[in-house]
Design a protein around this ligand. Structure first.
Ligand SMILES: Cc1cc2nc3c(=O)[nH]c(=O)nc-3n(C[C@H](O)[C@H](O)[C@H](O)COP(=O)(O)OP(=O)(O)OC[C@H]3O[C@@H](n4cnc5c(N)ncnc54)[C@H](O)[C@@H]3O)c2cc1C
Length: 396
């Protein structure tokens, strides 16, 4: 009998298991994948996520993979580009984009080092549910026999198609269809000073530095164009990149080092993240388009919120249900502004006149440009930034 079983061992599951184990709880962490392994995801982590890695004592290991810091951000709106450094967060002034097979391995090892029992290549097939309460899991290691494990709480950190969420019928809300499709790949020989974003009419092109001296480049198109894009990914990709001439020129001088990866399945939804004997964290609990790169940092934040709530409940400091309701409230409060902003940006439409006026004003104001980048990074509250009269009037 465990205090908690965590299903899924990547950005949400491993930190949740690590934090619970560090707090002295008996934790089983399972994933059907073997590690180290890659997953379909680019990997830009804004400053708040980096601040959590620092707080957990894991940033040094990420830096030791050779992943370069990204301190500057460039937001190229076409006629001109805004450049600056986002407002820092809790000791973290840089973003990082470590490859997922490196990051997820570090997270998994940190959960194991904290005392969580880890089972890789273990697939959860069903939940045990007794009198309406989840009491455990049934699953098996690759090639092994089916086993049953019990816990006070089963945590679904099993991604947006969460089997745990499906098994308990977790209700969804704020649900909206996906608006984009995306493909990404890696280049070598392309120098980059931080992250570069090129919003264009019907496209978004994003580039950033990652491990092995490579540059990751991602292109977003409207979801309706997915079948056209997929018919000739390379051509669609290179045509979109040509809309960002300064980047296109550097890519032509470099070399594409990997194949294209992509998806057209990028929905928006929240799920109720708890119920009797179960909880959800990371993409299992809420999902959005990745074009603002919030998923990993959000998973880290929610791992902290959820582990804290379970710890309080299990220790009897407050009723577990109260603590979990607080987890849902705090998650939603933190996530909703950027969720809406991301949904708007995922429309890939030209900026509205007030935003155009804002960009024009930011061009001459490095301080406010940093704060605008802080909004995207999640270090400056959106309401605070847009509440300023000068910003609202586009004269920052
Ligand atoms: C194209 C794309 C680009 C992205 N770019 C970024 C970015 O730049 N920055 C960013 O912050 N976010 C980005 N994201 C989002 C980010 O990938 C996710 O938010 C993040 O991976 C969520 O982590 P997670 O641990 O919740 O889920 P996942 O990473 O999906 O992990 C879920 C794990 O659960 C395991 N699992 C599932 N079912 C079972 C089962 N039945 N039994 C056992 N194990 C199971 C899976 O094997 C998997 O390892 C991107 C996403 C996509 C698709």
């Amino acid at each position: 009998m465990y205090d908690a079983i965590v299903v899924g061992a990547r950005c949400a599951g491993s930190p949740t298991a690590m934090l619970l184990a560090r707090a002295g709880h008996r934790v089983l962490l399972v994933d059907r994948a073997g590690f180290p392994s890659d997953t379909l995801s680019t990997h830009y982590i804004h400053q708040p996520g980096v601040a959590r890695l620092l707080r957990w004592g894991l940033l040094d290991r990420v830096v030791a993979t050779g992943c370069p810091p990204a301190r500057r951000m460039t937001f190229d709106v076409g006629p001109f580009a805004l450049t600056g450094a986002p407002t820092p967060a809790d000791g973290a002034d840089a973003a990082y984009a470590p490859r997922r097979y490196l990051l997820d391995q570090i997270l998994l090892e940190s959960a194991s080092a904290a005392g969580a029992e880890v089972r890789e290549r273990f697939s959860v097939g069903e939940l045990l549910i007794e009198d309406g309460r989840v009491t455990g899991i049934r699953g098996r290691e690759a090639g092994g026999a089916t086993v049953t494990e019990r816990a006070a709480i089963v945590i679904g950190a099993d991604g947006m198609r969460s089997r745990v969420a499906r098994a308990v019928g977790a209700p969804t809300y704020h649900e909206r269809p996906g608006r984009t499709c995306a493909y990404y790949t890696y280049w070598s020989g392309v120098p980059l000073d931080g992250a570069e974003l090129y919003p264009r009419d019907g496209r978004m092109v994003i580039a950033g530095p990652t491990n092995d001296g490579r540059t990751i480049v991602t292109v977003f198109w409207p979801r309706a164009e997915f079948h056209l894009v997929r018919a000739d990914i390379e051509r669609s990709f290179l045509e979109a990149v040509e809309l960002a001439p300064s980047l296109a020129e550097r890519l032509r001088a470099g070399r594409r080092a990997e194949r294209f990866y992509g998806t057209g399945d990028l929905p928006f939804f929240f799920r109720r993240p708890f119920g009797p004997g179960w909880a959800l964290v990371g993409d299992a609990g809420y999902h959005k388009d990745p074009l603002t790169a919030q998923g990993i940092g959000d998973a880290f934040r929610d791992a902290e919120l959820l582990a804290g709530a379970i710890d309080e409940g299990v220790r009897g400091h407050r009723p577990l249900d109260d603590a979990l309701a607080d987890y849902e409230r705090r998650r939603n409060e933190a996530a909703l502004p950027l969720y809406d902003f991301t949904h708007e940006l995922a429309g890939l439409e030209p900026p509205a006149p007030d935003m155009q006026a804002l960009f024009g004003a930011l061009r001459h104001d490095p301080g406010q440009t940093s704060r605008f980048f802080g909004v995207i990074a999640g270090t400056v509250p959106m309401a605070e930034f847009f509440a300023r009269d000068d910003v609202a009037a586009g004269v920052a």
